[in-house]
Design a protein around this ligand. Sequence first.
Ligand code: AMP
Ligand code: ZN
Length: 117
Amino acid sequence: MSHDPNCIFCKIAAGEIPSRKVYEDEDVIAFHDIRPAAPVHLLIVPREHVPTLADATAAHQALLGKMLLLAPKLAQEHGATNGFRVVVNNGPDGGQEVYHLHVHVLGGPRPWKGMAI
Ligand code: AMP
Ligand code: ZN
C-alpha cells in the first residue's frame, strides 16, 4: 500500500500526528476537520496514499464504496440528522488542498460558514 512520508493524512493514518478520530478500520480512517465549515465536518480518508479521485483505479472500487457508505453512518452518529453534504475536491480547480484523497461529510443546522467547502 503506498504511503507518502510527507503527506499529512498519511501521518494522521499512521498515528504520527494527532487527530480527533471518529472511526477507523484496516482500510479507512475518519476524523474531525481541523477547520470545520459546518457544525458537523468529518473527513473520511483511505489509509492508502491515493492523491486524488483521478488517481483511483478499478482496484479501489470497494474502497471508494466503503468510504461513501460510511458517510451517512458517520453523519448520523455525529448529529447531522437532517441531511448532510458529501464533497470530494480534486486538483487545483477543484479546490483541493491536501493531495491525499478524502471525502468531506458536512452537516448540522444551517447557516454554514461561507461556501462550506
Ligand atoms: P481539501 O481542500 O478538500 O483538500 O480539504 C482539506 C481539508 O483538510 C481542509 O478542510 C482542512 O481544514 C483539513 N485539514 C488539514 N489539515 C488537517 C489536520 N491536521 N487535521 C484535520 N483536518 C485537517
Ligand atoms: Zn497520503
